[in-house]
Design a binder for this molecule. Structure first.
Ligand SMILES: *[C@@H]1O[C@H](CO)[C@@H](O)[C@H](O)[C@H]1NC(C)=O
Ligand SMILES: *[C@@H]1O[C@H](CO)[C@@H](O)[C@H](O)[C@H]1NC(C)=O
Length: 464
């Protein structure tokens, strides 16, 4: 029985692989193999293998990245969790204590972070102040020096929205608050069932370039249609397929976290979070998920490689001498920048980067149209996050979509491409603090997922 199912899963898996020429579709046997059958050896659309990614991530990147994310610059994330859901009204707020988010008291966040300007250097700061004042007074004042006028355009136009893949969160709104990410970790909240399903369904159903007639498997409203879905998916161009895989990878990553930080014990004396292998299996076992779980895990690696590539590409921006991780603590800020660059150089040294040049290539006009579609669809997903009923999940959902949106902005920014690499760092390309914090924290989440997969692999080895 088990063997027959395994074979079926294996065949479905093989159908999914698009001309990757990958062999080794063994019938899945053990509990571990049933989850990990798709994540070994070579990955699609990339010349790298899972084992290389695992080694690189788990031992070289992950520990240093954790260090960086614990610093003040990266732990405080400003977010508006009170935006109304733009798509429907009946949001049932999750009332569980574990769904709650505790925002920072205003004196907890360093002043340097709270100040409105984006800090580069002292000279730049005084320039920004001058510019901000000019802005408050209305437009660019004639009396400003030409240099200052230029700077106004340069420093204040960080959000040229044509590049953005996410709805820019209105962080100037009085509803926006700083959240300490270390005190509000992403973990199991008990938010699941129909409400959580609805969010993911909307994301998959309406936003993945998918016609109404094709149903995604594992949608509780429509089962048994996985064949139509996957053959449809295979017929897509690489970009649209990539879009689906990014979303699926994000879904996988979030599920890995929830399984790894499961609420194991809940008494009034103590709460204990840890690995729940059963939960992991329910989400990723090839048989229990009709082949969907292992595919999702594979897509997690795809997402990892996309964000890794974006980080390697944006190095020149962070290498600018006047770039600072400004919190106001000079020594700490300098040390953090060193750590950041160390991490980025490590990332750059990864030999098997994903090649984004296959995206949006070909006919310029068509490519641009496709890119625009891609961007609009992704923006829509970032807005759907405002409909998540569990605030903790909303926080991490917003952060991770914003992070991925920033990665896409980097990957497909013409400004960055045009200025690479000899002409030196581009001063036209900008990232806001918000984007930087979400970019690294989102990547930190995926890096954590990859690391957690190693733990689950070990835990599953004791089970049959
Ligand atoms: C682990 O998760 C399953 C659901 O997948 C649940 O039934 C079980 O109680 C959990 N185990 C613990 C120890 O909480
Ligand atoms: C955005 O989402 C809404 C609601 O789900 C949908 O009506 C609209 O067509 C979507 N637009 C795009 C570009 O996906």
């Amino acid at each position: 029985m088990g063997r027959r199912w395994g074979l079926l899963v294996g065949v479905l898996g093989a159908v999914w692989l698009l001309g990757s020429g990958q062999g080794g579709r063994q019938p899945a046997e053990t509990a571990a193999q049933r989850c990990f059958c798709q994540v070994s050896g070579y990955l699609d659309d990339c010349t790298c293998d899972v084992e290389t990614v695992d080694r690189f991530n788990n031992y070289r990147l992950f520990p240093r990245l954790q260090n960086l994310l614990e610093s003040d610059y990266f732990r405080y994330y400003k977010v508006n969790l009170k935006r109304p859901c733009p798509f429907w009204n009946d949001i049932s707020q999750c009332g569980r204590r574990d769904c709650a988010v505790k925002p920072c008291q205003s004196d907890e966040v360093p002043d340097g972070i709270k100040s409105v300007s984006y800090k580069y250097s002292e000279e730049a700061n005084s320039l920004i102040e001058e510019c901000e004042q000019a802005e408050r007074l209305g437009a660019v004042d004639e009396s400003l020096s030409e240099e200052t006028q230029k700077a106004v355009l340069q420093w204040t136009k960080h959000d040229d929205s044509s590049d953005n893949f996410c709805e820019v969160d209105d962080i100037q709104s009085p509803d926006a608050e700083y959240v300490d990410l270390l005190l509000n970790p992403e973990r199991y909240t008990g938010y699941k069932g129909p409400d959580a399903w609805k969010i993911w369904n909307v994301i998959y159903e309406e936003n993945c370039f998918k016609p109404q007639t094709i149903k995604r498997p594992l949608n509780p409203l429509a089962s048994g249609q996985e064949n139509t879905f996957y053959s449809w998916l295979e017929g897509l161009c690489v970009e649209k397929r990539a879009f689906y895989r990014l979303i699926s990878g994000l879904h996988a990553s979030i599920n890995v976290h929830l399984s790894a930080r499961y609420l194991l014990q809940d008494t009034w004396l103590e709460k204990k979070w840890g690995h729940n292998v059963t939960e992991f299996q329910q989400r990723f076992d090839g048989i229990l998920t009709k082949g969907e779980g292992p595919r999702r895990l594979k897509n997690l690696y795809f997402l990892y490689l996309i964000e890794l590539r974006a980080l390697s590409k944006v190095v020149p921006f962070f290498e600018r001498p006047d770039f600072q991780l400004f919190t106001g603590n000079k020594i700490q800020d300098a040390e953090n920048k060193m750590l950041l660059l160390e991490i980025l150089h490590e990332i750059k040294s990864f030999p098997l980067h994903f090649d984004e040049n296959s995206f949006f290539a070909g006919d310029k006009k068509e490519a641009n149209k496709l890119k625009e579609d891609f961007r609009l669809h992704f923006r829509n997903i970032s807005r759907i996050m405002d409909c998540v009923g569990c605030l903790k999940c909303r926080l991490w959902g917003k952060l991770q979509t914003q992070g991925l949106g920033t990665a896409l902005k980097i990957l497909f920014s013409e400004k960055l491409i045009a200025n690479m690499p000899e002409s030196g760092p581009s001063y036209e390309f900008h990232l806001t603090r918000q984007e930087i914090v979400s970019l690294f924290n989102a990547f930190g989440r995926i890096s954590t997922s990859v690391k957690e997969l190693e733990n689950f692999r070990k835990l599953l080895q004791n089970i049959h």
